[in-house]
Ligand binder design. Structure first.
Ligand code: CAA
Length: 257
């Protein structure tokens, strides 16, 4: 199987997926989502795979949902297509997933990392939810998963200011499980995945499900609310301006402020 946006390999019982759109800092477009869904479904069905690692490049795990693709959306299209909802299939993967994050994990990139069961970060990692700077809000679970991971104060700080936090801060506030030197990132993540893949798969899957249950009790409600709000913002002039400004490499002038 060949992919245009991913590099996929197996290392023993570990499935390794490398996001590979270097020209766009691994921005998450429709094609990447479709390919990732396909790979995860394949790994889930493969008894020879016990754990999965998702990683990106040294510069970027992923710099967010693809702004170029979202820019033309209006509210009606966002709602009828249920924009961003396809990512729920990634979070629903039943085998353990580790995010190995180096460089930028912003917007949808941070959200994808949080869909994984835990994050191992390189010292160079930078996490953030900068959607507010584009005139929208996170739409792939950021307002819900980040708040559960780091608590209200830090989540509000990140979501409302759009600032980035470094790996040390991310570890301090509980977003990240381990921080390692950049050159050790992949080995550390693969070793953790290999260890998990050596245990009983049903036990691992139930452990994942049980911890997930504690974490997610009312997540579905939060996700529904977040998605409708995310879609609603595509009705605003500020979304048009925020995304146009990004594409044109200029500062946005928001009218509704
Ligand atoms: N979507 C589309 N293209 C993107 C992108 C994104 N999210 N992030 C970066 N790119 C592209 C840039 O447009 C640029 O392409 P060109 O060379 O063709 O101009 C290329 O990747 C390299 O990016 P930069 O030149 O900007 O690189 P930099 O090192 O100067 O800056 C950065 C890096 C700070 C990460 C900057 O690229 C950036 O701010 N990116 C956008 C981050 C962002 O806002 N993410 C949130 C997206 S919205 C979202 O994710 C919604 C949701 O929750 C569902």
């Amino acid at each position: 199987m060949t992919y245009e946006t991913l590099l996929v390999e197996t290392r023993g019982r570990v499935g390794l997926v490398t996001l590979n759109r270097p020209q766009a800092l691994n921005a998450l477009n429709r094609q990447l989502l479709d390919e990732l869904k396909g790979v995860l479904a394949r790994f889930e069905a493969d008894a020879g795979i016990g754990a999965i690692v998702i990683t990106g490049s040294e510069k970027a795990f992923a710099a967010g949902a693809d702004i170029k693709e979202m820019q033309p959306y209006g509210f009606a299209e966002a709602v009828t297509e249920d924009l961003a909802a396809g990512w729920d299939a990634i979070a629903a993967c039943r085998k353990p997933m580790i995010a190995a994050v180096s460089g930028f994990a912003l917007g949808g990139g941070c959200e994808l990392a949080m869909m994984c069961d835990f994050i191992i970060a390189s010292e160079t990692a930078k996490f953030g939810q900068p959607e507010i700077t584009l005139g929208v809000i996170p739409g792939m679970g950021g307002t819900q998963r980040l708040t559960r991971a780091v608590g209200k104060a830090k989540a509000m700080d990140l979501v409302l200011t759009g600032r980035m936090m470094d790996a040390a801060e991310a570890e301090r506030c509980g977003l990240v499980a381990r921080v390692v030197a950049p050159e050790k990132l992949l080995d550390e993540a693969l070793a953790a995945a290999e260890k998990i893949a050596g245990f009983s798969l049903p036990a691992v899957m139930m452990a994942k499900e049980a911890v997930g249950r504690a974490h997610e009790t009312v997540l579905s409600e939060g996700m529904r609310a977040e998605r409708r709000l995310f879609h609603a913002l595509f009705a605003t002039e500020d979304q048009k301006e925020g995304m146009a400004a990004f594409m044109e490499k200029r500062k946005p002038t928001f009218r509704n402020r």
